[in-house]
Write a protein that binds this ligand. Structure first.
Ligand SMILES: [Zn+2]
Length: 450
């Protein structure tokens, strides 16, 4: 009798544990099987990649900038990471177990052949293999081998920050010596595109050039403008009066080097012009918000919190801001900034740099804050002739699906979420948040994407 009572009590406790109730700090169900079950379903969900640099390795337009020489590389992004070999095997049935030069040539030849063949089938095929439906391509210019139905352009606008003599900036450290000439080259390309010779006579003319270029880029398929400003300067943008910017422009338009303060003030003003134009056109505004490559990247200046005055400015309620790379290593700060209605983030870069056990913790935090604001991103990028954006996509996709399943399995097992709710959040993060964001009718301009 006593045993029967105890058994009934144990049964009712077990039932209480598996039904609804307050969430617990430890799993109350088998975490591993829950993970496998969720991963099986999540593997079939389509992906919308909010940030990548798709392209062949000899295509310098995959980015507006380049890696500085001899920079430190974090462990997982080193070319000897064996996961990249696994990626090549999965995608191309690569027959070797390393990237020794005599082996990796097999891969490089294969990619060269695809490039020579031309057409959009190759990169569409990569997306298909990985379950990526749509991919935002953050590139200097788009390439004919990327299908505009699958790859949507995110263009760069930082070059508008550098119209004057940039000698002091380029000499400030070895990385800037690489970055600044590329920004000058980008500005020269925009000037050519818009038939602008030299610099316009006054600030009004320069602003007109900036706004017209942005409009033209949107007409060419651009869905967002990207600031990689954190590589060059602080992400804190003051709000200088136009009169001040006009004086600086007129003083340095044809000669002379502005002081660091003068240049920054001028850039702060041009930044406001760009954001205003984005709001009018319904273009999204992307920011690099994470530690960057190179040994001179300023963590303090690149901290996402520097953007707070802009993101929380009610005047920009019509502008959608997207914090690329989710602010890492300040990912909590970035996530909390998405409380603002028009602020979103993606987890690109983190999905390649962090291992699943680490990225799982990030996603577990993000998805319990504002899950309708968090988006998948790969930051896929060609490393060299053999190891391409393709392998980079593969690592980011696999890491994200596994980390997502693991984070959600924990939340379900701790009774924070039901399985149904967990799968709903997975869909939002992998695809639906971005699909909704980029298909929403812009405030001013034409529809940005289908
Ligand atoms: Zn990127």
């Amino acid at each position: 009798m006593k045993h029967a009572l105890l058994a009934a009590l144990a049964l009712s406790l077990a039932l209480a544990a598996s039904a609804s109730g307050q969430s617990t700090p430890y799993p109350v169900t088998d975490l591993r099987s829950l993970y496998e079950d969720l991963l099986g379903k999540i593997n079939s969900f389509p992906i919308y990649d909010n940030h990548a640099h798709p392209g062949y390795s000899d295509d310098s337009d995959v980015d507006a900038m380049a890696a500085p020489p001899d920079m430190s590389s974090v462990l997982r992004l080193r070319e000897d990471n064996p996961e990249f070999v696994a990626a090549s095997k999965a995608l191309f049935s690569y027959p070797y177990d390393d990237f020794e030069p005599q082996h990796s040539r097999w891969l490089a030849d294969r990619k060269k052949a695809a490039e020579r063949a031309g057409g959009t089938a190759y990169f569409n095929g990569i997306l298909d293999q990985l379950g990526i439906e749509t991919c935002l391509a953050n590139r200097a210019f788009m390439a004919p081998y990327l299908d505009p139905r699958r790859f949507h352009w995110v263009f760069f606008v930082d070059s508008f920050f550098f119209p004057f003599d940039n000698g002091d900036l380029a000499a400030s450290n070895p990385d800037m010596g690489v970055y600044i000439p590329l920004q000058e080259k980008m500005l020269a390309r925009y000037k050519k595109q818009m038939n602008v010779a030299g610099l316009p006579a006054d600030l009004a003319g320069y602003e007109d050039f900036v706004r017209r270029t942005v409009r033209e880029n949107q007409k060419s398929g651009g869905v967002a403008m990207k600031f990689e400003a954190a590589y060059f300067r602080t992400l804190y943008f003051s709000n200088p009066p136009r009169e001040r910017a006009r004086a600086i422009y007129e003083r340095y338009r044809s000669a002379g080097r502005p002081s660091a303060d003068e240049y920054r003030e001028f850039q702060d003003y041009i930044f406001r012009v760009l954001v205003d134009e984005a709001g009018q056109l319904g273009l999204k505004v992307h920011f690099h918000t994470a530690v960057g490559i190179g040994d001179y990247f300023s963590l303090r200046q690149g901290n996402v919190l520097n953007l707070e005055n802009v993101l929380r400015d009610p005047r920009y309620g019509n502008v959608t801001f997207v914090l690329l790379h989710g602010g890492w290593p300040y990912e909590r700060e970035a996530a909390l900034l998405t409380a603002v209605k028009n602020v979103y983030l993606d987890t690109s870069l983190q999905s390649e740099m962090l291992y699943p056990s680490q990225f799982k913790e990030v996603l577990k935090q993000l998805l319990t804050l504002y899950p309708d604001k968090m988006m998948f991103g790969s930051d896929a990028f060609p490393f060299n002739d053999a190891l391409g954006a393709e392998e980079s996509f593969w690592v980011a996709v696999g890491t994200s699906r596994m980390s997502l399943a693991a984070a959600l399995a924990e939340l379900v097992s701790e009774r924070a979420l039901s399985t149904e709710r967990a799968l709903e959040l997975a869909r939002l993060y992998l695809h639906d948040n971005a699909a909704k964001l980029y298909s929403s009718a812009p405030a001013g301009g034409k529809g940005a994407s289908e």
